[in-house]
Design a protein around this ligand. Sequence first.
Ligand code: ADP
Length: 647
Amino acid sequence: MPIETPNNRPKINKPKFNLSWLYLIIGFSFLILIFFNNNNSSSKEVTYSEFKEMVQNGYADKIVAYNDNSLDMFVKPEYVQKVFKENYKGLSRSPSVHVEVGSMNALDDFLTQAQKDGQFNGSVKYEKKSDIWSVVLWNTLPIIILIVAYIWLMRRMSNGAGGGGANPFNVGKSKAQVYENVNNKDRITFKDVAGQAEAKQEVEEIVEFLKNPEKYTELGGKIPKGALLVGPPGTGKTLLAKAVAGEANVPFFSMSGSDFVEMFVGVGASRVRDLFRQAKEKAPCIVFIDEIDAVGRARGKNPSMGGNDERENTLNQLLTEMDGFKSNSGVIILAATNRVDMLDKALLRAGRFDRQIHVDLPDLNERVAVFKVHMRPLKMDETVDIDLLARQTPGFSGADIANVCNEAALIAARHSKKAISKQDFSDAIDRIVGGLEKKTKIMTADEKRSIAIHEAGHATLSWFLEHADPLIKVTIVPRGRALGAAWYLPEERQITTKEQMLDEMCALLGGRAAEDLFIGHISTGAMNDLERATKQAYSMIAYIGMSEKMPNLSYYSSTDEYSFQKPYSEKTAELIDSEVQRMINGQYERAKQLLSEHKEGHAQLAQVLIEREVIMADDVEKIFGKRPWTSRTEEILAEEEKIGKKV
Ligand code: ADP
């Protein structure tokens, strides 16, 4: 991933004029207004003796005395000119003079005398004088608090990655990360994407569009506006999109679908607008929207009732924008999702996301390639066998494999090794599949025996059932929440037959069957197995039409995800239940039967497990002899080795 350098960092707004400046100006004017307003009332300072003279002359209208030994004398309108001389113009209607008084008592006496003599008949008021700053503070504090609270709230709401969060007035701005002018070293290219040959071929064409649009437009063709990368998480969709940008050497805008969604109505739509505005400025470029299902889910199909107007608005805006820009404007939108069935049909129609590119979990050869990519920076010794690792990681995504490599390096470092060995990789895989080993979990001898018998049951059955997945290792060291575990090497099949499914079910039930047969009482340890077996049986009977009493019927509906009604009658429901029970009971009996036949072998296996805690397939082979069945995976591998086909 390119590191953000000053060159490729998203452009942060320079201090240009925006609303926040206006607010500042208003705030300042307000302060100034208050300040001057308070000062305005006294417009002339006079001495005490001048004041006395004025009162004696009958100029005083009213007097306000303050606790800080000063007073304001308001002048009667008819004497204003006399008091203020030539400055009287422009004064308010009742101007005042300000006087510092020596003693309030003396003032009191003087005023009583003046009133007696009829020189002054206005009112005298005593007031507490507050200082000017506290007046300012009291007037402005609530407003300041409000503004601060508002800014805080906006920040909280627009929080998150990207430049948009920094300024509360940028809520409507898109939070896209922009990578441009990425130097050659950091650029992601197709070399960094292992496997995915078909997907790569499809996106290579997009690179070609971006590099030589004329080649296509000259013939009258239109350049596609977008492509949808569909596949499970971690299979390299983002990586592929980045590689397209890297290969075409164009700016890359990356945003997640959920970044559009915000609490405010209208923000999502405005972010979409902003994203496309920015993209058009930078064209040719690539806009990548990860997890597009966050905004692109089919409209009006929301299970939570009431709908989500904001999301629909955002989606509508996205649709409009995609229609709005011309196909030759050089902006290509790539989006990723693993739920293409949930997306709005309008989004998928030609002219928007014209193409769907499937990015699947890597197969054996692709896994080897992914391992090679991620092993490039690692220091390893010669024991590491990439082919074996790839075989041990069926169902792993590219991201999982990257994780295995990293984990192996960490494990090796923890043991202060100079290079990463085969064992570190195995430990890393085990850890990722089963969680951390909990060697400290306390177990009684009885519990240990019971777990060993249970796991040995699985191991024995998988050895003798033709279609069960071949065993790699069995352990009774607790890991994560499981107390014991058996590792298998599942076949990678496109279709599965009924016999294969039944064999798997039988092997699953082997743990419980062994407890039942050889201990005499059953335990909670089998819950996870039973859950899987029951689910398997239900799907075989209700969905895949594999039951004897109700063959060729499937009650699965790929379209109604949230249907609350069963598409069958109560009677059928009962039949399904009884068929499930029959199937599971049948397999349970079969498991018991097989275990009784291999009783001695099982007992030996359990004993070795109790002693060693971990046993590998070789140890099982020593007890039972060679497995009567070879798996297809093994056959293919042997075949490939013979013809020397290497990736
Ligand atoms: P997605 O977007 O499909 O969820 P990412 O593209 O984010 O997955 O993949 C996550 C990481 O997994 C990548 O950064 C990369 O290290 C690794 N990865 C996934 N697929 C591949 C692949 N085909 N080749 C190399 N690395 C891969």
